[in-house]
Write a protein that binds this ligand. Structure first.
Ligand SMILES: [Zn+2]
Length: 411
């Protein structure tokens, strides 16, 4: 036993099934003047709770260290914004949102999602802990509280919006160590027949794709439906529908309600059965994962080092959090890769934590023409390959690392 208690049910937690060692914070992009400073590092290891099926980090980093200056602006991915628009449209129709039937978004980022509700006349309120990101949302005219969502925010939400017909949270449920109190606060903000809709990376996909780079300090939990159903019940909520989503390399969208508010979709029992069959509710499924991760890392590193030894120029594309994890876990620094590029001007000019890879604008890919470019946001590979047609046309190639290293060439 690791001596730690499960953050869901409180039972003793077993040994981690994957331990990546002490790693820098994935989104703590370094200013050039701080390049010589040591990165704060925290242990990065995940364990499965046999009591409630919840997969979780064995240690959590302090939230102030994680979210003080957050550089992830959702609006910098075209795919993600298109996904947000489709999500807003479907929720407006399904839950008949409109005047007097509002939406609360938890971790509303820069307003990438609420803007689409607002455009359709739905009252909106965002709660976003990163002050710089909340300020961007407010400047766009989206009412946003710059706070961590939890029980102490409920009163302010009820005062400003009233009970929400829809509470939505994309990529937040995995981030909150105090998930029981968080879900209780969600319940308290939800109208009697309302729906709380959460989207998060799906544990089933993480295992199938060996997507170990989606494991980082911000992500405290890696959810199966089975684990979410247990947490929801503890908070006095019920899962009434579920759907798998392609975004972020495979996510789950779950719908929660006050128990009995409407009939439960057969999709819930179906996915529960699939999960049991896939071994997501037993410790055995997790024991082989570390070996699969080692094989992927070994393949990737040996391919890149061979190319480098042959005199090829190598770079990376993107500076997503998962890129920081992958580069550090593989020890891929400036001795192998010259630089990376990213569309976000907030990241350009900075360095990737740990490995210190410089982040440059995307135009530099065609200017420099590296022979092979490691594509770090592999979940957006199609979008990026299409945007970088010119780089491929001139003979460049992308190496997509997950689920297994794969070379993408033009034409
Ligand atoms: Zn547990």
């Amino acid at each position: 036993m690791s001596g730690r208690a499960c953050l869901g049910c409180g039972a003793g937690l077993g040994e981690p099934f994957l331990d990546l060692g002490a790693q820098p914070l994935a989104n703590a992009f370094v200013k050039p003047e701080d390049a010589a400073r040591r990165d704060p590092r925290f242990p990065l290891a995940v364990a499965y709770c046999a009591g409630c099926h919840l997969v979780q980090l064995t240690e959590t980093a302090p939230p102030e260290a994680l979210f003080g200056e957050y550089l992830y602006f959702s609006s910098y991915s075209d795919d993600f914004v298109a996904h947000a628009r489709a999500m807003a449209d479907s929720l407006v129709e399904r839950f008949r949102l409109g005047p007097g039937r509002g939406v609360l978004e938890v971790a509303s980022n820069d307003g990438y999602l609420l803007q689409f509700f607002q455009a359709r006349g739905v009252p909106v309120l965002g709660v976003e802990p990163a002050r710089n990101v909340a300020a961007v949302a407010r400047a766009r005219g989206i009412p946003t509280l710059a706070r961590f969502f939890g029980p102490d925010v409920v009163e302010q939400v009820l005062g400003e919006l009233g009970r929400a017909e829809v509470v939505v949270g994309n990529n937040v449920l995995a981030h909150v160590p105090g998930v029981n109190a968080f879900l209780t606060a969600v319940r308290d903000c939800l109208a009697p027949a309302g729906a709380a809709v959460f989207e998060f990376p799906y544990l089933g996909e993480l295992l199938e794709r060996t997507a170990f780079d989606t494991i980082y300090h911000e992500h405290v939990f890696y959810y199966s439906l089975a684990a979410v159903a247990g947490l929801a019940a503890r908070a006095g909520l019920e899962v009434f529908d579920v759907a798998r989503q392609p975004v972020h390399g495979g996510s789950l969208r779950i719908f929660l309600q006050h128990p009995g508010a409407r009939a439960v979709s057969p999709a819930v029992a179906r996915l529960r059965a699939d999960e049991a069959a896939a071994g997501l509710t037993g410790a055995a499924r997790f024991t082989g994962f570390a070996g699969a991760v080692d094989r992927l890392r070994g393949d990737l590193v040996s391919r890149l080092r061979r190319l480098r030894a042959d005199g090829r120029r190598l770079a990376a594309y993107g500076a997503p959090a998962k890129g920081t994890v992958l580069l550090n876990a593989c020890g891929l620094g400036t001795d192998v890769l010259e630089f990376t590029v990213d569309r976000s001007p907030h990241k350009q000019g900075r360095l990737v934590p740990g490995v210190r890879l410089p982040i440059r604008p995307p135009e530099d890919l065609v200017k420099e023409m590296p022979d092979v470019t490691l594509l770090l946001p592999w979940n957006l590979a199609d979008e990026i390959v299409a945007q970088q047609a010119e780089y491929l046309r001139r003979g460049g190639a992308f190496l997509v690392p997950v689920p297994a290293p794969r070379l993408v060439r033009g034409g």
